[in-house]
Design a protein around this ligand. Structure first.
Ligand SMILES: Cc1c2[nH]c(c1CCC(=O)O)Cc1[nH]c(c(CCC(=O)O)c1C)Cc1[nH]c(c(CCC(=O)O)c1C)Cc1[nH]c(c(C)c1CCC(=O)O)C2
Length: 354
C-alpha cells in the first residue's frame, strides 16, 4: 500500500518513524533511542537559555519550550523528542500553589490531606494551558518526521507530591491516606486521573505522536496495593486517550514486581528500570506489548568501553522482543557528559542497523 492510500491517521510524517514502529511492534531499520530527561541540565545550551528563568516559568513560554525540546534532538540525533514541561504543570495551571525548587523538586504550599482539600483540584481545560497547544504546534512544524512524545505524571506520583507537600523517600503521609481513608484516596486519585487525562488530550490534539505516563514513585507499593488502590486511576487515564490510537508508554522506577500490572493498566509500551533485564521483563509483562529501557543512567559515568559493554547487555536481552525502544532506566543524571549520550545513540543505531 502506498503512503497516499492509507487512512488519514497514518499519513502523518512521523507514522513511519523507527520510534513509532517499535512502539507498534513492527520491524524497524534500527532500534530507536531517546532518553528520559534528555532536555535539561546535562546540556550547556539548556543551562544558557534557562539562565535566570524559574523552571515553571520556562514551561509557559512556547518559544523557550520549543528551543529546549529541540536541543537534544539536534545534538544527539535521538529518534524522538519529549515535550519540555513538568509533571506538576497541570496542577499549577488549575491554581495549586506549588513551585519547583532547584535541587529539590516540586514543593506544594498546602498539602492535600482532607476531603475539603479536594476542592482545590478543579478540572483542567485547554484554556488553562494555551502555551502547551502553542508550543506543540511550533514543535511539530520543526520536528518533521521526528515524533514528539507528550507526557504527564500518573495519579499516584502526583498524589505523593500533593499529600507529602514535596519529594519523599518513604511516602508515609501518602500511604497513611491510602490505607487509612480508602474512600478519600480513591476520590483523590480519580480527580488526578481526570486532570491527567485532560492534560494528555491537549498534547495529543496539538500533535504529540505518543504519550508517556510517568509513575516514577509507584515502585514503593506492593502489587496487591497497586492493583486495588492505583491501577483503577491509571487505567482511567489510559482509557481516556485510547481512541486517539497513539502509543501509550507507562514508566516507573523500582517496579520490577509491578511490570505485569502496569501493562495491564492499559499501556502499549512498558518502561523498565535497570534492575530487571529486558528478557525477564518481557516474561513479566506478557505478549502484545513493547518494552522501553533500560541502561542504568549511572553507567554513562564509566569509560566508553564499559558503556558499550553494558549497552550490548541491554541489546542482547532485548534481541527476542517484538518491540524495543532503547532508553535509560531512569532520567539522564544532571552531571552526565553530553558527548557520552551522543556516542550512545550512535552506538545503538550502528549496532542494531538491519
Ligand atoms: C518525578 C518527576 C518530576 N518531573 C518529571 C518526573 C517524572 C520523571 C522522573 O521520574 O524523573 C518529569 C519531567 N520533568 C522534566 C521533564 C522534561 C522533558 C525531558 O525528559 O527531557 C520531564 C519528563 C523537566 C524538569 N523538571 C525539573 C527539571 C530540573 C529543574 C531545572 O533545570 O531547573 C527539569 C529539567 C524539576 C523537577 N521536577 C521533578 C523533579 C524530581 C525535579 C528535579 C529537581 C531537581 O533536581 O532540581 C518532578
Amino acid at each position: 500500500m502506498s503512503a497516499n492510500d492509507r487512512p488519514l491517521a497514518q499519513q502523518t510524517p512521523t507514522y513511519d518513524s523507527a520510534f513509532l514502529k517499535a512502539c507498534r511492534r513492527e520491524p524497524v531499520p534500527h532500534t530507536p533511542v531517546w532518553f528520559m530527561r534528555q532536555a535539561g541540565r546535562s546540556l550547556p545550551e539548556y543551562l544558557k537559555v534557562r539562565e535566570g528563568i524559574p523552571m515553571l516559568d520556562s514551561c509557559m513560554r512556547p518559544e523557550l519550550v520549543t528551543e529546549i525540546t529541540l536541543q537534544p534532538v539536534r545534538r544527539h540525533k535521538v529518534d524522538a523528542a519529549i515535550y519540555f514541561s513538568d509533571i506538576v504543570v497541570p496542577l499549577k495551571a488549575i491554581g495549586v500553589d506549588l513551585d519547583i525548587k532547584p535541587g529539590v523538586g516540586p514543593v506544594v504550599a498546602e498539602p492535600i490531606r482532607r476531603r475539603e482539600d479536594l476542592e482545590r483540584l478543579r478540572d483542567l481545560t485547554p484554556d488553562d494551558i494555551p502555551y502547551v497547544t502553542e508550543a506543540i504546534g511550533m514543535l511539530t512544524g520543526e520536528l518533521g518526521s521526528t515524533p514528539l512524545i507528550g507526557f504527564a505524571g500518573a495519579p499516584f506520583t502526583l498524589a505523593s507530591y500533593l499529600v507529602e507537600g514535596g519529594p519523599s523517600r518513604n511516602h508515609e503521609n501518602t500511604k497513611a491516606l491510602m490505607y487509612g481513608d480508602p474512600g478519600l484516596w480513591a476520590d483523590l486519585l480519580d480527580r488526578l486521573a481526570e486532570i491527567t487525562a485532560a492534560f494528555l488530550k491537549v498534547q495529543i490534539e496539538a500533535g504529540a505522536s505518543a504519550v508517556q505516563l510517568f509513575d516514577s514513585w509507584v515502585g514503593a507499593l506492593a502489587p496487591a496495593d497497586y492493583r486495588r488502590s492505583v491501577m483503577p486511576a491509571s487505567s482511567k487515564v489510559f482509557d481516556a486517550v485510547a481512541s486517539y490510537g497513539v502509543p501509550r508508554i507507562h514508566f516507573g522506577v523500582g517496579t520490577g514486581e509491578l511490570l505485569g500490572l502496569m501493562g495491564e493498566a492499559g499501556a502499549d509500551v512498558v518502561g523498565v528500570d535497570w534492575r530487571v533485564p529486558l528478557d525477564e521483563a518481557a516474561r513479566r509483562v506478557g505478549p502484545g506489548k513493547a518494552l522501553q529501557g533500560n541502561l542504568d543512567p549511572a553507567v554513562l559515568f564509566a569509560p566508553r568501553e564499559a558503556v558499550e559493554a553494558q549497552t550490548r547487555r541491554v541489546l542482547d536481552a532485548a534481541a527476542g522482543l517484538e518491540g524495543h525502544v532503547f532508553n535509560l532506566g531512569h532520567g539522564v543524571l544532571p552531571t552526565t557528559d553530553p558527548d557520552a549520550l551522543t556516542r550512545l545513540v550512535e552506538y545503538v543505531h550502528t549496532r542494531t542497523a538491519r
